[in-house]
Design a protein around this ligand. Structure first.
Ligand SMILES: C[S@@+](CC[C@H](N)C(=O)[O-])C[C@H]1O[C@@H](n2cnc3c(N)ncnc32)[C@H](O)[C@@H]1O
Length: 310
């Protein structure tokens, strides 16, 4: 499966996959949980973060370990293109820690052996492992762990407000698509529609938006505002605006693809609550699991801790 929508997202320099809630990095109870995972780690351990994205968890762990004076090596892998450069541009104070991590792009966990040869004492993942084929990754991860090593991951929880939020977003994306908005924006960019024809389409769309039951949803609202701004421009300004319209369109197509990934993963977990047991059949032992609540109320995920016994 192509991960272009994730690569495009990471190329914006974002650090987390939930920037509305976690702009700088994951914090609060999530960070406290991760600290408890690495606190007792032996010096010179090797850590691997799988489905790392732009390395949010790898960076957080590296910073924590530095703070408590522990030398460890951290490798971070993802199927998409990891964009350290853009990320350092967004967060210049993280340059040193980013440079200390060995990032590997285009690495599918189902084929982990092909991109990393070493074995690890701790393999971690957050909002990642559940995106993979768990049967295939369970074997790869078990093989990549040293004896006595741990696999610790935090997965999305399918019963969170996030699921409802993404379902509402998908309804809006579908509605926008059905209204033909994406199609006429593309036609206008490709010079297959006149400016006046484009403006007529915009009027009809804005009228339809204003009657929609979800018209005050932030996503539909922002689409409405952006299309209204275009409508207000004079013909010459509109023609010059095509590159920005193109970026806006791509941004939204990718955002929808990412939201769909997350939705499908949440449905998968909901329909098969025992999905994580695959890791026990591949030779690991479950030693702990539970929910993490952010600011003592929002459920931000389920953690699972496994160990590879001798
Ligand atoms: C929701 S993001 C999570 C990123 C990061 N761990 C975080 O907590 O912000 C999911 C990531 O998993 C990656 N991914 C999905 N399927 C994958 C696979 N089969 N192998 C490796 N990475 C994968 C995507 O490219 C994406 O970067």
């Amino acid at each position: 499966m192509s991960k272009q929508h994730w690569s495009d997202y990471w190329s914006t320099g974002a650090l987390t996959s939930l920037p509305a809630d976690f702009k700088i990095n994951y914090d609060g109870e999530l960070a406290e949980y991760w600290f408890s995972v690495i606190e007792g780690l032996a010096p010179n351990s090797r850590i691997l973060d799988v489905c790392t994205g732009n390395g949010a968890v790898a960076i957080m762990l590296a910073e924590m370990l530095k703070r408590i004076g522990k030398e460890v090596s951290i490798t971070a892998v993802d199927a998409s293109e990891i964009n350290q450069q853009m990320m350092v541009q967004s967060f210049p104070d993280k340059k040193q820690v980013v440079d200390s991590i060995d990032f590997i792009s285009n690495c599918y966990i189902e084929d982990l052996k092909q991109c990393v040869e070493q074995k690890f004492d701790l393999i971690v993942s957050q909002y990642g492992i559940e995106y993979c084929d768990e049967e295939m990754v369970a074997k790869q991860i078990t093989d990549a762990l040293n004896s006595g090593g741990r696999l610790v991951f935090v997965s999305h929880s399918p019963h969170t407000a996030m699921l409802e939020f993404m379902e509402a977003e998908e309804i809006i994306y579908q509605y926008i698509e059905n209204e033909g908005v994406l199609e006429y924006l593309q036609k206008f960019i490709d010079n297959k529609m006149t400016v006046n024809g484009f403006k007529n389409k915009l009027v009809n769309t804005l009228q339809s938006f204003s009657q929609h039951t979800l018209k005050s949803h932030p996503l539909l609202n922002s689409w409405g505002e952006n299309l209204f701004q275009l409508y207000q421009m004079d013909n010459q300004q509109l023609k010059l605006k095509k590159p920005q319209i193109k970026s806006y369109l791509n941004l939204n197509i990718n955002a929808r693809a990412r939201a769909n990934d997350m939705l499908n993963v949440c449905y998968k977990l909901k329909n098969n609550p025992d999905w994580y047991k695959t890791f026990t059949t591949s030779g690991l032992q479950l030693i702990n699991d539970g929910e993490i609540h952010y600011k003592s109320k929002h459920n931000v995920g389920h953690y699972y801790e496994f160990i590879k016994r001798d």
